[in-house]
Design a protein around this ligand. Structure first.
Ligand SMILES: [Zn+2]
Length: 278
């Protein structure tokens, strides 16, 4: 694998500050535990995510919150300036992503699928798909040197079923990483303890105490993450047998994009350490 970095590098391109760790925080944690470089990016500025705070205030606040979340695992966390809630899969966004992929040079890039409930997620997924091959074409974004090989692109876990449910090409048991994921999510205070709680009608259940807040995040995230393992329970039992396959509570699963580099088994093992195999 001479065209790979000696130490695999992970880039997560999400639409919003908190998308990267919500969906890929387990794998990001595993990368950092192995001392591998991780960069998480929010393509939008996060200015739309609140019912009270002004967009101007939110941009700065969410940039700080994202930076704090990156610090939990020692990852870079960048928040870009594209408008939250109004992202388009424009040439400008595509070119910015091409530049980023060339400069960070990841071996694995995780992002949203281009079918998703949120238009910003769809736009990022589309732009990554449109950038995947173009990163190797020198005359596209000519001021940043092209890559010899495109990275492997994989989709962050989602449970949508139209037009097609996600395949679990790779499954990772993230039970041991749940503490780290919760700590990262808890950094997004304006979201977890304000906006998302408000939107879900559970603002009155957010505790005052910091330790209790972390427990609250664990329980909140558990409710979102548990259905991922349930969706692939049969596959988990086939892979791990009974009782282990029945007992795994939290997973991250990834589908390899067919529009970017196609990894062989050896490369998948290297890019997804501790993936569950038969
Ligand atoms: Zn999002």
């Amino acid at each position: 694998m001479t065209d790979m970095n000696e130490t695999p590098r992970l880039l997560i391109l999400g639409a919003h500050p908190d998308d990267a760790e919500f969906s890929g925080g387990g794998l990001a944690t595993i990368y950092r535990q192995l001392d591998r470089p991780v960069k998480m990016i929010s393509v939008t500025d996060g200015a739309a995510g609140h019912h009270q705070r002004s967009p101007d205030e939110l941009i700065g606040l969410r940039r700080t919150e994202a930076g704090n979340a990156g610090n939990v695992i020692g990852a870079i966390y960048e928040t870009w300036d594209f408008p939250d809630g109004s992202l388009q899969p424009s040439l400008e966004v595509r070119h910015r992503i091409i530049q980023e992929i060339r400069e960070f040079n990841p071996d694995l890039l995780l992002t949203h699928r281009s079918c998703d409930y949120h238009p910003d997620h769809r736009a990022v997924g589309q732009c990554v798909q449109d950038a995947s091959y173009m990163v190797t074409v020198p005359h596209v974004v000519p001021d940043v040197p092209a890559l010899h090989k495109d990275p492997v692109v994989a989709f962050l876990p989602d449970l949508f079923t139209r037009p097609a449910p996600m395949r679990a090409d790779v499954i990772i048991d993230v039970c041991e990483q749940m503490e780290s994921i919760a700590k990262m999510l808890a950094c997004h205070r304006s979201q977890l303890f304000e906006w998302l709680a408000y939107e879900a009608g559970i603002l009155d259940t957010v505790p005052e105490d910091e330790q209790e807040k972390l427990q609250w995040v664990k329980s909140w995230f558990g409710r979102h993450a548990r259905p991922r393992a349930e969706r692939f329970r049969d596959q988990l039992i086939a892979l791990c047998g009974d009782p282990k396959g029945k007992a795994i509570e939290f997973i991250e699963f990834f589908e390899i994009s067919e529009y970017a580099r196609q990894p062989n088994t050896e490369l998948i093992r290297s890019l997804f350490p501790s993936s569950i195999e038969r």
